[in-house]
Design a protein around this ligand. Structure first.
Ligand SMILES: [Zn+2]
Length: 272
């Protein structure tokens, strides 16, 4: 599943190719991807709209149009491809945008879990699902005080809380492990027991881990342009998740399940 750094990489790439490009038409081959519009109403509303900017909130992409916010979540397998109209449509390409520059932007999703919503311009952040999201990792109001207040309400493992999108948005299973490793915190530590100092460590590690991942996405994205697919999955420089040996101390990496999610940690570096 793409995590926040991958979605941010997709956002940057789409913005580079879509800014000031007009949507001439939309073909929808699988209606259920549209969460709050019918196929017909989406086609009518998007026709003639220009893509002004690409935004992101959590793992949602925001296409900022003249009169609408169009938002798209890739879920497990969603990808965007640029293709030419004469290229045959794969059965996994469910939504096709015809663009004013002659290309097509095609939404490809083998699992069909992706979702799209359309809202009036500048309103998407105030409406569900985006209004339910927690703070962005780089939000100034994401402070150790905020985290401590949130953690104190939760007598459950910190790993599970990091995956709760209503606290910090955009952290998935892989980066949750990396953040806790960097902050030297055991994944089963009960969130409400964390000190302010530990909360500060979590906040800083969150930003550092995600920034590093985004910068790596930026350097490897060229290979994805060549295959015309924009999904932002890139080589991850992982220190603990899915690793055998701890990169810091050389101990064997432990694997457990926390809230049903596969979790990796180092018993020596992340003491309980
Ligand atoms: Zn270690």
């Amino acid at each position: 599943m793409p995590e926040l750094p991958e979605v941010e990489t997709v956002r940057r790439t789409l913005e580079r190719y879509l800014q000031d490009v007009r949507i001439e038409g939309v073909k929808v081959h699988y209606d259920k991807i549209l969460a709050n519009e019918t196929k017909k109403s989406l086609q009518e509303k998007l026709k003639g709209q220009t893509i002004r900017k690409m935004g992101r909130r959590g793992k949602w992409l925001i296409f900022e149009l003249d009169d609408y916010d169009f938002i798209s979540h890739l879920r497990m397998e969603g990808k965007y491809f640029f293709k030419l109209p004469d290229e045959e449509r794969s059965k996994h390409e469910h939504v096709v945008f015809l663009l004013s520059d002659g290309r097509e932007l095609r939404y490809h999703d083998t699992r069909k879990f992706g979702r799209m919503y359309l809202f009036p311009k500048d309103t998407c952040l105030q409406q569900e699902p985006l209004s339910k999201l927690g703070k962005e990792p780089w939000d100034d109001t994401l402070t150790s005080k905020y985290l401590m207040e949130q953690f104190q309400k939760r007598n459950i493992p910190i790993k599970t809380v990091l995956l709760d999108q209503s606290v910090i948005t955009g952290i998935g299973n892989i980066y949750a492990d990396e953040i806790l490793f960097k902050a030297h915190i055991h994944p089963l530590t009960i969130a409400s027991s964390l000190t302010k100092q530990k909360c500060e460590k979590i906040r800083n590690a969150t930003r550092e881990i995600l920034e590093e991942a985004i910068s790596m996405g930026g350097t490897t994205i060229r290979s994805y342009e060549s295959e015309k697919g924009v999904h932002g999955k890139f080589q991850q420089n992982l220190k603990i998740h899915n690793q055998k040996v701890c990169a810091t101390c050389g101990s064997n990496v432990e694997r457990i399940f926390v809230g049903g999610r596969s979790t990796y940690f180092c018993q020596n570096c992340q003491k309980k």
